[in-house]
Design a protein around this ligand. Sequence first.
Ligand SMILES: Nc1ncnc2c1ncn2[C@@H]1O[C@H](COP(=O)(O)OP(=O)(O)OP(=O)(O)O)[C@@H](O)[C@H]1O
Ligand SMILES: [Mg+2]
Length: 286
Amino acid sequence: MSDQVNTPGRTGACAEALLVARGLRKAFSGKTVLDGADLVVPRGALVCVLGKSGTGKSVLLKCVAGVLRPDAGEICFDGRTLPAGEGPERAAFRRRCSYLFQSNALFDSLSTLENVMLPLEQTTTMRRREITERARAVLRVLELDEFRERFPSQLSGGMQKRLALARALVTRPELVLFDEPTAGLDPLRRNAVFSMITRYQVELGFTAVVVTHDLEEALVAADRVALLDEGCMRFAGTPAEFRASADASVRAFRDSVEDLRADVAANRAHQPSRRAPHEPLEILPK
Ligand SMILES: Nc1ncnc2c1ncn2[C@@H]1O[C@H](COP(=O)(O)OP(=O)(O)OP(=O)(O)O)[C@@H](O)[C@H]1O
Ligand SMILES: [Mg+2]
């Protein structure tokens, strides 16, 4: 692993990075998902978290966001360790951090505009008119303003994803946690989302953690990438370091299309596949 994470007693990385998660552990009914995962997110950076389906990326993000409570480990935000339970520091963190759920978590009974207005109504004392203007400005950027009276069920999957993005960004958070913001989008919209995240980062100055399966886009857009595998970070470093890494987990993830190329060529040549027949493909969602 090329990234240095903070070790107990050292405060340097914690002070320099906006977010440092150390030794996160989480198990469900005795099944370990996170087994000492670390994550260092420098201020202003876009960090992409990669990893196989079901490996615990969403659980990691939920632990950071406070949606799930980790069994062990420490989360340090802006130089201060967050207490495990609820309290003023956790509430302050929530005001400074947005979390974009993988499932969007939109309110079906609220219109597009109302969905975006809600976080401002809940966390600020702004007047309704100001809130409406701010929400519509974000909707315009995301090409959704003309659909502001529609309900989420009347939007396409891609539009719903953009609406979730609008809602995450409208409070102008310092840290945004994106869980697969491009899932289900076509390649053009995928690029548009990454482009939008990087543009908004410059305009609004937020730090971003993006869980994604879009390897190529991640390696283009990210300042740093981290690979979660079997409960811990097998790699953390720059995209260039990821491309050059000889680590077996990185290679398996990064070069899977090369394996596919070899499989397809072997299949078409009616030769036995290099992959043993009993070996599971692990492409189906768990
Ligand atoms: N609330 C929960 N209760 C029990 N098990 C859970 C819970 N949340 C997640 N898990 C389990 O934790 C594991 C990791 O799930 P997680 O959703 O974090 O995977 P992921 O890496 O985000 O996968 P994907 O790429 O498909 O989104 C899975 O085995 C899942 O079933
Ligand atoms: Mg997930």
